[in-house]
Design a binder for this molecule. Structure first.
Ligand SMILES: Nc1ncnc2c1ncn2[C@@H]1O[C@H](COP(=O)(O)OP(=O)(O)OP(=O)(O)O)[C@@H](O)[C@H]1O
Length: 345
């Protein structure tokens, strides 16, 4: 029997109340995260990836709010018996959330400077986080920080710990942020496009580091990217988002081999292939969806070549069509080979 998920997100919706109307940024998102899972969330810009993970980490500030759903986290943090139990993070008061974020959920964002304070040395910032969440002395926290800096590949860590963020390169700053995120042994690491702001060679090093550390620290991870090649490298399962909804979710290989949602299929068709000479990426025809007061229909409908009458009447739910393979579509692709043949003719 598979062990219980440490995080179970059920039908999460996060909206923003704006003067012009309601921006429905995330709608009906559900997933389970088990120990060792690396969930990759992929989708084009504005599809709701960041808002999903910010909701999980309790970082949706006004005008954003959780409009529905549950975020169940398996923890003994608030338990009276010492036994682990599911806590609904949606119902947790803001003050209690800071006990979860940092200690149980480590966050890594695109730009390291959003996480680092330029006024303090990296040592101060690491030690403060560790002392705040773990019952250790400052000296123990310093030793742990030096060890962590070494693990993330900062040379001469006992000297560099006294550096200010500006004294480090962009790649090194991101390594420090990763060290801080790992400093309290979180069960879940959340990485929101952690390498996008860095140059290409550093990007590859950071990705490699993330993969190694996730295995070493035995934590589960939610990894956001708009880059399918990156997700293929790192994720064990993938959730494809489009226009605030999950269109498809399955194990990584399964998504690449048997995409069933027409949007996933279109997205995969846009990946440049090494075996065929292509002068440019193939864009998906049509316009991206509008998130302000959207109709209650599939967001891909205006761009979908497989739309049926039903698609214009009802929003499909995310249904399990195979083992661990969930699809939101009234007319899913069940025979990819046939479809590829038809497209070639
Ligand atoms: N603070 C906010 N106020 C209003 N709307 C917001 C806010 N933050 C996000 N949104 C809207 O929510 C939607 C989803 O945004 P989100 O940042 O989750 O997208 P994303 O998939 O992470 O995109 P990207 O890859 O560009 O980061 C977008 O339409 C965005 O404009």
């Amino acid at each position: 029997m598979q062990e219980r998920p440490i995080l179970s997100v059920k039908n999460l919706s996060t909206h923003f109340n704006m003067a012009e109307g309601v921006v429905k940024a995330v709608q009906d998102v559900s997933f389970d995260l088990h120990r060792d899972d690396v969930l990759g969330i992929v989708g084009e810009t504005g599809s709701g990836k960041s808002v999903t993970v910010k909701s999980v980490a309790g970082m949706t500030d006004s005008p954003g709010f959780i409009a529905g759903g549950e975020i169940l986290f398996f923890t003994d943090e608030f338990s009276k018996t010492g036994e682990k139990e599911y806590i609904d993070l949606v119902k947790l008061p803001k003050e209690s959330f800071s006990k979860v974020r940092g200690k149980h959920i480590g966050m890594i964002f695109q730009d390291p400077m959003t996480s680092l304070d330029p006024m303090y040395t990296i040592g101060n910032q690491m030690i403060e986080t560790i002392v705040h969440h773990k019952k250790v002395t400052e000296e123990e926290a310093r030793e742990r920080s030096i060890r962590l800096l070494e693990q993330v590949g900062i040379p001469k860590p006992s000297e560099r710990i006294n550096d200010y963020p500006f004294q480090l390169s962009g790649g090194q700053r991101q390594r420090v942020v990763i060290a801080i995120a790992l400093s309290c042994d979180p069960e879940i690491l959340v990485a929101d496009e952690p390498s996008t702001a860095l140059d290409v060679t550093v990007q590859a090093q950071i990705l490699e580091l993330m993969k190694d550390l996730q295995e070493q620290f035995n934590s589960s991870m939610i990894f956001i990217t708009h880059d399918l090649a990156v997700i293929a490298e790192i994720a064990t399962k993938i959730s494809v988002m489009y226009g605030s909804y999950q269109m498809e979710m399955a194990d990584s290989m399964e998504i690449f081999e048997n995409p069933m949602n027409p949007y996933t299929f279109a997205l995969l068709e846009c990946i440049p292939r090494l075996d065929i000479k292509q002068d440019q990426l193939l864009p998906i025809p049509g316009q991206p969806p509008i998130m302000l007061n959207p109709p209650n229909l599939c967001p891909f409908l205006p761009r979908c070549s497989r739309a049926t009458d039903r698609c214009y009447k009802e929003l499909p739910r995310l249904e399990q069509l195979k083992d661990n393979h969930f699809v939101r579509c009234w007319n899913p692709i069940t025979n990819r080979v046939l479809l590829v043949k038809e497209a070639q003719e």
